[in-house]
Design a binder for this molecule. Structure first.
Ligand code: MG
Length: 311
């Protein structure tokens, strides 16, 4: 397989910025092109930035591996096999938290490299296929559990019946306790807190057998007791759907879409786009000042510098 290793970054000719609202203009650096950093993946997902190592980790799900990219050393394989990992984040101690389709589990990579299973069951029944994960400042771990990983053979979990509804869970690592944070999804997917953590955005990307699924981002108010309330529709991304997303320092939500990355204001207005020549699944901010947006676009890893910081 061509992993694109050792190749110089290819610059995409078009900057790819599409300004739909004047508020978007100040975020754009017109001299900064969309860069293709690496390619040769089958479905790139789950990027997470390690500022202390100046590197990015991300999943190549069907190829059952986690990739590592850095400016200094380029692309390499971080972990293979990866148990078909998908979304990643870091906890308050900087440890890698990963969603695994292969084991239907949420796991933590300890500082010594060993792997701890944080969750693979709820009330005695197996989770489906944890998809994406975020850690709140209080250390609680929030993750989605749709059916994709066990509904699609290529993601390695093997087809099996769902034992649980597709939900959003909250895990308290201090006690190991898991609670249902929100229910009533077709298939919850990406998730992100607003910078002040008073809001939680969650994507619902619909069941794979439902071609007419209502794919959307919903938003909740987050109470001081971590209870969610006030569920409401936030935005329907088009073309494509919102899979993964992250907030910037101003509270704008940068979401994956069928034609690249869409920037949504806190009121749900589409402000502008970063056009990407492949379907985007997920993204994260990183590098200097968290001002570089790393984009997982199907077979490739892209990046673009922005005039703002990730939250
Ligand atoms: Mg996802």
């Amino acid at each position: 397989m061509d992993t694109g290793e050792g190749r110089p970054a290819a610059h995409i000719a078009m900057t790819g910025f599409e300004i739909l609202d004047p508020r978007f203009e100040r975020f754009v650096l017109f001299h900064a092109p969309l860069e293709k950093l690496a390619g040769g993946f089958r479905w790139a997902e789950g990027p997470v930035w390690f500022a202390d190592h100046r590197c990015l980790l991300f999943s190549d799900i069907p190829n059952n591996r986690i990739m590592r990219w850095s400016e200094a050393t380029g692309l390499s394989v971080f972990r293979e096999p990866s148990d078909y990992s998908n979304g990643h984040t870091r906890d308050r101690e900087g440890r890698l938290i990963s969603c695994l389709h292969g084991r239907s589990a949420l796991v933590r990579t300890e500082h010594d490299g060993s792997i701890t299973v944080l969750a693979d069951r709820f009330e005695g029944r197996r989770l489906n296929s944890p998809n994406d994960v975020v850690v709140k400042r209080d250390g609680t771990i929030w993750f989605t559990d749709p059916h994709y990983g066990i509904a699609m053979d290529y993601e390695g979990g093997g087809r099996r019946d769902e034992e649980l509804p597709c939900r959003l869970y909250r895990l308290d690592p201090a006690t190991g306790g898991i609670e249902v944070a929100a229910d009533g999804f077709a298939c919850p997917n990406g998730l992100s807190f607003s910078p002040d953590e008073t809001r939680l955005y969650v994507a619902d990307t619909g069941r794979i057998e439902d071609a007419d699924a209502d794919r959307h981002i919903r938003v909740y108010d987050v109470g001081p007791d971590n209870r969610l309330s006030g569920e409401r529709l936030f935005h329907r991304v088009s073309p494509g759907a919102a899979d993964g997303f992250r907030c910037d320092e101003h509270g704008n939500l940068w979401t994956s879409a069928g034609d690249g990355v869409h920037c949504l204001s806190p009121d749900g207005t589409l402000l502008g786009k970063v056009r990407v020549p492949e379907i985007v699944a997920n993204l994260c901010f990183g590098d200097r000042h968290r001002s570089r947006l790393f984009i997982c676009g199907t077979t490739s890893l892209y990046a673009v510098w922005l005039n703002l910081r990730g939250a």
